[in-house]
Design a protein around this ligand. Structure first.
Ligand code: DGJ
Length: 732
């Protein structure tokens, strides 16, 4: 059993294969955090709750509440009653004050894991996951907080979420509802987060935590290019292979906050949830609010172990698409090939040339609808622009299919252009504050998805197009951040609900899409990678990683993304040169090798590129077919990082059975007069022999992992090479 309750000690023990999480109850019913770390062989104890420590001011009272609350490691701290660290739950009652305090009432342990209504969430069969619900109540507010913990034993994952129920007669206002909290003693922790901007998403940053609060967050209505709903606290000596890591990732695509707070006694509080600014949820008698889920991973074997736990877990228990292990078609997208300047003939030219090269799908990007020849109009007018698609969409799809390619299409269903038929008819459907001119971004507004009729309309537009022709793939884009947060549909009191209701609307549309079109390959996208998060992965098995497809920039972007997300989720294409974002030239081969670490496709005008580049495409497509299963299912190891000041970048994917491994090495900068580079492989069988493909060289697994492998130092920047090791004897 993964979850045990010991009544004598009032302790809940949650065990995964290699970790233990202990929760204890104080005599009053406070729910405290005892321990999270390496697996305990036997049962735990609750002395770590520090319940007997004297207050800091001289006092005869050993149990003065105010000092107790300063120290007690809370599982779910509430605001306004004397714990001055960050709270997870702030509630305003009808009195207008905000105090809230919840005490243990009961618990339930069940096999399996219930879904979270309206929200993306991990899932599992009763034999794969157990769930603990700890029911706490505030008897003054008549509020119930149900703390949920789901234990995925095999993957060393614990997920947390919280459900708030109004069981009284008062109208309550939830001003903050976070999803998870970890109260720990500091171990000289460093905080590791992902940061960036458009075209340079998810760079890894790491630094020692200081007294006070350090956070990453988004208030942009999306998980964002800039900061990421992920936070890890790592011991200072932590590397890829060793050291302690406490990681949290939020299964949500809207506003979030992830924070570490180092408090007066060296205690650290790590929290994650929906950002409380711009949030206020009305909870009337009988109503329930469900907070999204946070995924927790503890690793005592460094960041690499954490990464592999996230990858395995998301593949098995978050992504639902039939494509999750299926081969994705190699696609060519016309965005960087044509931007808005295309018509049926141009697309068919691309398709014909693509077919010759072995490409399997043509994706028609932005610009096929309304009167869209530039980005300042027509969002919301989801009917085909017959000046461009001259004989209609069905005919175009048929012709592309006849050429031998599947067809995919781009939408931006959440948006509305001020210059659109839809806006002229329904200006009130745009998110805006009454009386204030709404801020345009990429000349567009955002649809108010808190309004059910808007969700229905926007969804139906997409569905109607998909019913009109055999469309195999949808790229669902979202190209602006939210501001001017106001809805003419919600009443005055409910305006603070808009951002979360917006996300619920997005999720509802995507859910309807995957239910109605179960075979559709859906790729989420947000101006590049502004919504690359676990929430989106629940609906789409792949997400466009970044608008920057330059091979060098992608090294850093894909390294940061792959820290958490499986390689096969990362939308990655070979682009044209000079690269459209940074103007850099990189070898076609390297662009191919870098894109191979993702979904793999092309983002260029195949009719115009140099013949010698076009000639390389069939070989690259072949590589994709050869390695896709290894890339989709294997274990990922980060070997060296250009982003961490190395002149080269290197990663490996090893088959779970140790039968083969593929190493990608990119020499970013050539250095004069250097010896060969030594790298160390992972995930092989020590006793087995491995042949390096294309040579007669044989290496022992142990040798490759312990002693290393030599990569020759070559002339030339941005040169890359693949090394494929295949087990050819010995034990594996
Ligand atoms: C942003 C996406 O990331 C691009 O790939 C492209 O689809 C454009 N939007 C189209 O507007």
């Amino acid at each position: 059993m993964a979850i045990i309750y010991r009544e004598d000690k009032k302790i809940f023990q949650l065990n995964t294969a290699q970790t233990t999480y202990l929760i204890g109850l104080s005599p009053e019913g406070y729910v405290g955090h005892i321990y999270y770390g390496r697996r305990l062989k036997k049962e735990g104890n609750n002395y770590l709750l520090r319940m007997k420590e004297a207050p800091c001011t001289p006092s005869v009272n050993q149990r003065e509440k105010s000092s107790f609350l300063d120290r007690f490691p809370m599982e779910y701290p509430t605001g306004g009653v004397g714990d001055y660290r960050e709270s997870c739950l702030d509630v305003r009652g009808e009195s207008g004050s905000t105090g809230c305090e919840v005490f243990f009432k009961s618990y339930q342990i069940t096999k399996g894991k219930p879904g979270l209504p309206g929200l993306p969430a991990s899932f599992g069969e009763p034999e794969q996951v157990e769930t603990l619900e700890i029911v706490c109540e505030d008897d003054i507010l008549n509020l119930r907080a149900v703390l949920s913990y789901s234990v995925f034993e095999k993957y060393d994952v614990i997920t947390r979420s919280v459900r708030i129920e109004n069981i009284g007669e008062q109208h309550l206002k939830l001003e903050k509802v976070y999803s998870a909290c970890l109260d720990m003693d500091n171990k000289d922790f460093e905080m590791l987060t992902l940061t960036g901007s458009w075209a340079r998403e998810r760079s890894i940053q790491r630094g020692r935590i200081r007294y006070g609060k350090q956070l990453v967050s988004s208030r942009r209505g999306e998980s964002s290019h800039q900061e990421h709903p992920f936070l890890a606290l790592v011991a200072p000596d932590t590397t890829q292979e060793q050291g302690e890591v406490y990681a949290m990732n939020f299964v949500y695509s809207g506003n979030f906050l992830a924070q570490a707070e180092l408090a007066q006694f060296g205690n650290v509080r790590m929290v994650m949830g929906i950002h409380s600014e711009d949030f206020c949820w009305n909870l009337r008698p009988g109503e329930v609010f469900q907070a999204p889920e946070a995924v927790l991973i503890y690793s005592s074997e460094g960041l690499g172990k954490m990464t592999r736990c996230f990858h395995d877990f998301y593949r098995e228990h978050l992504i639902r698409s039939p494509y999750k292990y299926g081969k994705r078609p190699v696609l060519i997208n016309n965005w960087e090939a044509t931007y808005f300047d295309f018509n049926s003939e141009k697309l068919l030219d691309i398709a014909r040339e693509a077919k010759k090269a072995g490409i399997e799908m043509l994706v028609m990007d932005d610009g096929w609808f309304g009167k869209r020849n530039f980005d300042d109009n027509s969002l919301g007018d989801w009917f085909v622009n017959e000046e461009k698609i001259t004989s209609g969409l069905a005919d175009l799809v048929e012709k592309v299919n006849e050429i031998g390619l599947a067809f995919g299409i781009w939408f931006e269903p959440e948006m509305i252009s001020p210059d659109s038929e839809l806006y002229r008819k329904h200006p009130e459907w745009a998110i805006q504050i009454q009386g204030r001119t709404p801020t345009q971004c990429r000349a567009q507004y955002v649809l108010d998805l808190s309004r059910p009729e808007v969700v229905d309309y926007a969804y139906q537009c997409v569905a109607d197009i998909l019913h009109s022709a055999p469309i195999a793939y949808v790229k669902w884009d979202m190209n602006r951040q939210l501001c001017d947060i106001g809805s003419s549909y919600l009443n005055k009191e409910a305006q603070g609900e808009l951002l979360h209701r917006y996300m619920l609307g997005v999720y509802e549309m995507q859910e309807r899409l995957v239910q109605e079109f179960p075979d559709l390959l859906l790729e989420n996208c947000s101006g590049g990678g502004a919504r690359f998060d676990p929430g989106m992965l629940y609906y789409s098995p792949q997400i466009w990683c970044s608008d920057d497809v330059d091979a060098l920039e992608r090294l850093r972007i894909q390294e940061g993304t792959a820290l958490i997300y499986p390689l096969a989720t990362m939308g990655a294409h070979v682009g044209d040169c000079p690269n459209h974002v940074v103007g850099r030239n990189t070898p076609f081969e390297t662009r191919g090798h870098v894109a191979l670490a993702g979904t793999f496709g092309y983002e260029l005008d195949i009719t115009k590129i140099a013949q010698e580049e076009r000639d390389q495409i069939p070989g690259q497509v072949e590589l994709y077919h050869k390695y896709h299963a290894l890339m989709q299912e294997g274990d990922y190891y980060r070997i060296a990082s250009w982003s961490m000041e190395k002149p080269y970048d290197c990663w490996e994917v090893a088959a779970k059975d140790g039968k083969e491994a593929l190493v990608t090495f990119v020499q970013v900068l050539a250095q004069p007069n250097m010896q060969s580079r030594k790298i160390y492989l992972h995930g092989l069988a020590e006793e087995a022999d491995y042949m390096l493909e294309g040579t007669e060289e044989i290496y022992r697994g142990e040798e490759l992992m312990k002693c290393g492998f030599l990569i020759p130092s070559e002339k030339g920047d941005m040169k890359s090479c693949l090394y494929h090791f295949i087990c050819c004897g010995g034990e594996s």
